[in-house]
Design a protein around this ligand. Sequence first.
Ligand SMILES: C[S@@+](CC[C@H](N)C(=O)[O-])C[C@H]1O[C@@H](n2cnc3c(N)ncnc32)[C@H](O)[C@@H]1O
Length: 270
Amino acid sequence: MAVRPDTPEYALDLSEAERMRYREMAKRARVQEGERWQRYGVVPGARIADVGCGPGAVLVALAEVVGPNGSVTGVEPNATARAAALEEIRSSGLDNATVVAGDGTATTLDPGTYDVVMIRHVLFHVGDAVQAVLAHAVTLLRPGGHVYTVDVDLTGRRLSVSDADFDEQAQRYVEFQRDRGNNVDIGPKLGPLLAEAGLELRDHEGTIQKVPGEFLRLGGPMVAARHEMLAAGAITEDDARRYDAATQRVAATPNAALFVSQYIAVGRKG
Ligand SMILES: C[S@@+](CC[C@H](N)C(=O)[O-])C[C@H]1O[C@@H](n2cnc3c(N)ncnc32)[C@H](O)[C@@H]1O
């Protein structure tokens, strides 16, 4: 997903497969990060802002953790993603979560009232507004609250099997994102960025995330960006067909997996 909110050229792929992929990622985040969430304030009764909540899968997971005495407010500039997030909340049956329209640089949320501001896979998309998003997040926190960021380094990915077309697809995707000003290698920079925003850096870790074949078959960011890449002339229809075939081929190869570097950084407001 890229930042072209609510503009005609912005085609967010939120097919059922893509929403399923978001739910799987949220499930994984909860398992892998549950203790970290708790350490930094995602606990029953907490008040959380989820900036750039997308289709809301993590937002719902957070709302389940904070429970009926807590609340989660998603902020999302893209109308399609907002509608998906509202539907995700509705079908979860939770009544402690909501989504509002807004940009991470200037939300309309109450300043100084949040225990945690979650910013997951968003700073990748905001170009040179990274510090503006973080500075705004700091204003939303109460003293002692945490900004919790997660992002990737797309230049650090590895495929477990050899497939020249798949590699070409991944390379072209990274170049496309970099050319349009996205922060393709922001993950390892998150720690210093939080410190520059005036927070006390409490945590900065990197992990390799495994994306198994069955996940690749669901599509993912490379497929979600296909339409935009075609529209921008970054790939041809022939390339797209070749990349689709490569994705299905890799997904069907026993033990195929993509390994992607992901980083978490957390800063505390003094
Ligand atoms: C890859 S999705 C991540 C969704 C969710 N945080 C998650 O981890 O599942 C990135 C989201 O950031 C949103 N976004 C992009 N630019 C933004 C901005 N300036 N402020 C807030 N959200 C933004 C996009 O609309 C998109 O929904």
